[in-house]
Ligand binder design. Structure first.
Ligand code: ADP
Ligand code: ZN
Length: 747
């Protein structure tokens, strides 16, 4: 027998299958993690068995043997190996990188071991009562036997030690006499989650219809993807819980993806309340040992429901019947490092293979998803109302230009101050949201306009008040705030823009006794701080929570009745075709934080462009109207979903080299593309420009980019393949060359 093996070396030169002979004594199966002799001196390397065969075209006498099996069970499912093949083609990544997604990092390189503990039990055939009577002279040994007799099972040695001083010597003596036996018990380190005493709700009619739709989709491969569009608080999670119940009752398993940031103990608690220890949790905040153990519980069939962030889409469940992706519009479902996969696409591919259904849920679906739903590729299912007749929050738009005319040049409008004071007076809570993306607190000279920039990156420095210095958000470089302008020498350097710190300061000026919490990337540096702040706020330890995107989602705060958006339009005009969509999503999500419980909620959007359609749709929380407007814009401009963007980023310390490389690459690729597209497809290339990247320098590297926009026609797949193939052959033209399909953040 022969095995096809992918060797665990991260290099394009070995990105293929190697054939090894399987010695008769080794029960090698597909998916096994093995050691094989490889390269010079036949050093042992780790590898994965991806196929077996009876024969080979190669000369068998030249083949080497598989050295040994590492884990006793195959660590990869055959389905996962097929998925890796698919990723290899679809994302143009190394095969080993695709496989690496499916197993915990700890399994490679043997860094963590299974946790085992020594246990003791009464040896078979021993009459414990009799022995106790015989051991009059050894009271400790007697007690040990009584403990074991009462337990009626094996007990960890360390547990007995804790109960009984001197137990260790007594156990040793009993073992020696053959009265006890010793063994190893495997334990699984488990992350804890609180018990919320959440009970299943009787579903509303619409919720029931959604559950029925998902059940139907599970049995209909032609219509297996459901877009669940439900406003915030419409009971989507309840729908997921019922759909999962139906799925596991049919002896299938489910994967639930949640954005990392919403994967709080509360979220997990809701699932574990319903499904107990049949759930497994996978996310980056678990300890290394916990993650490995959770993965192993899934692989060994001890869990039926996996809840996790993006990478949990690869969980090794053997009887997959349902994948649920909550908040499907979240950009965190797109991987930003190789393999640059989309969890939604990977889930769709898995479901195609295994059967079952894919559910995409959101209050603000991606434009592309809604487009697919309307064109029949997805089944659309709507929950247009909040449960229990709770109203959607009332959204007010405040024109900040008017405020300025009235002499108010502060951060808060008069209206927001008024509502803040009534909310706080009633003992209720408020959230203040600052959209920090693209909104820098930069430092500039008021006299000459000089802007303080990072020495390594073409980016303005951000002022951090608590540190009294400036920081580059791309490379981390720190600089003091200069007293005099480095350009004109005048003492007029001042910070501009609003950050969470300034909002907090302004709040305390208005309401000196208010207690507030702040949540942004700066206060989130230490592990666990996210959960600490959220639970402090939930426990009422502060009345106001001030934050960036991070507070836009997360869990319910029943006492929050006011949400203030300090500047609603900051992201609207960023140079990215997705800015309107992202702004609408963000505003709708933030607004959804208000009035989740019995008390009605109020939302204030402060903006300089109150007449902008996106602001209007956000005020009305009218997704369909937003969709109709924005899809027209996309069609007009031929933006996705009517086209596809690709980007190649070139970076090098040598400016001349990177510019030349980018331009040469661009010309050669254009020729290939034109050739591949044929005479009918010449107009498919909508854009192909080589230029400096928006951030022309990062960490001392000069950056160029090639932006490619292709019309979505039936020729597109072959065009993309052409780009991939070309890229493979030309990825070494300067220090770094990266190809991105659907680039998320184009900096
Ligand atoms: P979403 O995920 O759409 O934001 P949730 O599923 O969290 O909504 O539901 C919002 C609130 O309504 C939760 O507190 C939930 O317990 C409650 N809820 C959901 N469905 C029902 C129902 N059928 N009857 C009563 N309460 C419900
Ligand atoms: Zn920098």
């Amino acid at each position: 027998m022969y095995a096809q093996i992918v060797v665990d070396i991260n290099h394009a030169a070995v990105d293929r299958f190697f054939t090894y002979r399987i010695p008769d004594a080794l029960p090698v199966r597909v998916g096994h993690h093995v050691f094989v002799p490889f390269g010079q001196g036949d050093r042992l390397k780790e590898g994965f068995v991806v196929a077996l065969s009876d024969s080979t075209d190669l000369n068998p006498s030249l083949l080497k043997d598989v050295a040994r099996i590492i884990e006793p069970y195959p660590v990869l499912l055959e389905e996962q190996i097929r998925l890796a093949r698919w990723m290899h083609t679809a994302y143009h990544c190394l095969f080993i990188d695709a496989l690496a997604c499916m197993i915990p990092a700890q399994l490679r390189g043997q860094r963590v071991r299974e946790k085992k503990i020594r246990t003791v039990s009464i040896a078979p055939g021993v009459n414990a009562e009799e022995q106790i009577a015989l051991l009059q002279r050894a009271p400790v040994q007697q007690t040990v036997l009584r403990i074991l007799l009462n337990a009626g099972a094996e007990v960890p040695k360390s547990d007995i030690g804790k109960l009984l001083p001197g137990a260790s010597a007594a156990i040793t003596a009993l073992l020696k006499k053959g009265i006890l036996t010793e063994s190893d018990m495997q334990v699984f380190r488990k992350p804890s989650s609180p018990n919320l005493h959440d009970v299943p709700h009787a579903l509303t009619e619409r919720q029931q219809a959604a559950v029925d739709t998902i059940e139907a989709a599970r049995h209909d491969p032609e219509h297996n993807t459901v877009l669940l569009h439900g406003v915030t608080g419409s009971g989507k999670t309840e729908v997921y819980l019922h759909a999962i119940r139906a799925c596991i009752d049919a002896d299938k398993q489910a994967i639930v993806l949640v954005p990392e940031i919403s994967l709080t103990p509360q979220t997990v608690g809701r699932f574990s309340d319903r499904f107990g220890d049949r759930i497994a949790v996978l996310h980056s905040r678990l300890s290394v040992g916990e993650r490995f153990d959770e993965w192993r519980r899934i692989r060994l069939g001890m869990a039926d429901i996996v809840i996790g962030a993006r990478s949990a889409v690869f969980a090794p469940v053997e009887r997959l019947g349902l994948v649920i992706i909550d908040e499907e519009h979240e950009s965190s479902y797109q991987s930003e490092k190789s393999p640059r996969y989309s969890a939604i696409d990977v889930a769709a591919q898995r479901i195609r293979e295994t059967g079952g259904a894919l559910v995409l849920g959101s209050a603000t679906p991606q434009l592309v998803s809604y487009y697919r739903a309307l064109s029949g590729r997805y089944v659309l299912c709507s929950l247009p109302e909040r449960v229990a007749g709770r109203p959607l929050p009332d959204v007010e738009v405040v024109n900040m230009r008017d405020e300025l005319l009235l002499g108010n040049n502060g951060i808060f409008s008069d209206r927001l101050v008024e509502l803040l004071s009534t909310t706080l007076a009633k003992g209720q809570q408020a959230m203040l949201f600052i959209n920090r993306r693209g909104y820098s607190t930069f430092v500039s000279c008021r006299s000459c306009g000089y802007v303080l920039k990072c020495d390594n990156c073409d980016i303005s420095m951000t002022y951090h008040k608590s540190e009294s210095r400036t920081r580059c958000h791309y490379c981390g470089m720190v600089k003091p705030l200069p007293e005099k302008c480095p350009n004109c020498g005048k003492p007029f350097m001042k910070q501009f823009g609003i950050g969470t710190e300034q909002v907090e300061e302004a709040l305390h000026k208005l309401f000196p006794s208010v207690r507030s919490l702040r949540m942004d990337t700066d206060t989130m540096r230490t592990k666990g701080s996210y959960e600490r702040i959220l639970s402090a706020f939930a426990a009422g330890q502060a009345q106001v929570l001030i934050g960036t995107q991070m507070i836009a989602k997360g869990h319910d705060f029943p006492n929050v009745t006011l949400v203030g958006v300090v500047a609603a339009d900051t992201t609207l005009n960023l140079p990215d075709y997705r800015s309107p969509e992202r702004t609408f999503q963000l505003l709708t999500q933030v607004a959804g934080r208000a009035g989740r419980d019995e008390m009605p909620g109020k939302v204030v959007l402060q903006t300089y462009t109150p007449q902008h359609p996106i602001i209007r749709f956000a005020r009305e929380q009218n997704y369909p109207a937003f969709y109709q407007y924005e899809i027209m814009e996309r069609r007009k401009m031929l933006y996705p979903p009517f086209s596809l963007f690709l980007r190649v980023v070139f970076a090098d310390r040598n400016e001349e080299q990177v510019a030349d490389a980018c331009i040469a690459y661009s010309k050669a690729l254009e020729a290939e593309l034109r050739n591949a597209l044929g005479p009918d497809g010449q107009n498919d290339i909508l854009l192909l420009v080589a230029a400096e990247a928006p951030i022309a320098r990062i960490s001392g590297y000069v950056r160029y980019q090639l932006l490619i926009k292709l019309l979505r026609t039936r020729r597109l797949p072959s065009a993309v393949r052409t780009v991939y193939d070309f890229h493979s052959a030309h990825s070494d033209v300067c220090a770094e060359v990266q190809l991105e399909l659907n680039p998320q953040d184009m900096y």
